[in-house]
Design a protein around this ligand. Sequence first.
Ligand SMILES: *Cc1c(COP(=O)(O)O)cnc(C)c1O
Length: 469
Amino acid sequence: MRYVSTRGGSPALGFADVLLAGLAPDGGLYVPESWPALPPLEELAGLDYPELAFRVMWPFVQDEAEGDRGISREDFRSIVAEAYSVFDHPDVCPVRRLGDLWLMELFHGPTLAFKDVALQLVGRLFEHVLEERGGAVTILGATSGDTGSAAMAAFAGLSQAECVILFPDGRTSEIQRRQMTTIEAANCHAVAVGGNFDDCQDLVKQAFGDSGFRDEVSLSAVNSINWGRVMAQVVYYVWAHLAVSPRHEPVSFCVPTGNFGNVLAGWAAKQMGLPVDRLVVASNRNDILTRTLNSGDMTAREVVATTSPSMDIQVSSNFERLLFEVLGRDGSAVESLLAAFRADSGVQLPAEVVAVLRGDFDAGSLSDEEAASVMDDVHEYQDVLVDPHTAVGLGVALRSRSGTAPMVCLATAHPAKFPDAVFEATGVKPVLPEHLAGILERPERVEEVPADLGAVEGLVRRVLAARTH
Ligand SMILES: *Cc1c(COP(=O)(O)O)cnc(C)c1O
């Protein structure tokens, strides 16, 4: 498999190079040159999660042209098996009934959010490729709360990677912040930025755009722009499908969405032949995706803080991958559309583009109050605690149900990651799993910077100069 940039201005690369690069040099995101077909579903039924993951992902990784620079089939198989051995449920991503819906729990990894499913694999793939090739990288990432801790958990202690994570000061939950600030690994650095998540994400993009700096510190990205993450997420859509539709009939998915990385993986699974009926994009009050998908109104408004902070986003990076596809894989069309969006903080998508998007996607948004009442109802009637992000998805799924296809809702975080919002809605304090029990008492280590590129670059240089391992 070779990968091309959504802006059309970078040479095609193989998987291992795309993994390390993160963002393409022309500012675009890497996408596969073509979508590989899934193996027949009959052959996948009954496999355990790691073996399914290997079979679904191998076509994305395999690359004859990369030769020794790439990853071998047997290495890949054992890296996948290792990544999914650290999850605390034998099914890795268990699927259970919830009334008329299905719930897929994606929070059984070390940091209790779905980000672990991809990052536990991506961290190990980085380690493997860097060991084979030699050299070191600086991972610079922005997080709305969950990516940061999942990235640190995946890269902690790796001698070839320094991991610097920007988060919006005061905008994450306390548990989210402490998962980053109490990590003991010397190669991991939590940085509180005076700004919101879009500011953090923009700083990372600017740092990548500064080619001198990028080369000086060997910048690498594990934000959801990294193709490896989208690839790893494709697997659980296939997994859920096999669990709820033994006769391989169409299934719908509802996905609590921020940066559009998770739901994009569902769309990719559909491109690969998975029978998917509707993909429902669920947003909180930061509803640019709902407006875009319903009427083409892609206008960024002021980000508002909600009880589902990992979705407090107005500029969803991964939407670019979908635009590339609906614009006929025309990189310059993507480039000019995004330039118009940046210039005016908004753009109206043409009606024919909206029609194509609506062929696959539905969208809806929920207020904090509505999400709280979903949490309360699910607790009262089903005896299940869900986190506020999952609640947004459930609420939108219930509202937008149409047709007869089974609906799988993605539970993107463990309720104990957001104890205050869950307690307020249900009167129940969710219990943290054993390994995080002492987190509120551990000392915090955090750097603070203003939302300014020079300050961030200076901090990265200081961190690299001080590295002792
Ligand atoms: C990151 C995150 C989301 C949003 O996922 P995207 O891939 O950015 O759309 C939703 N819920 C939780 C709990 C998250 O951590």
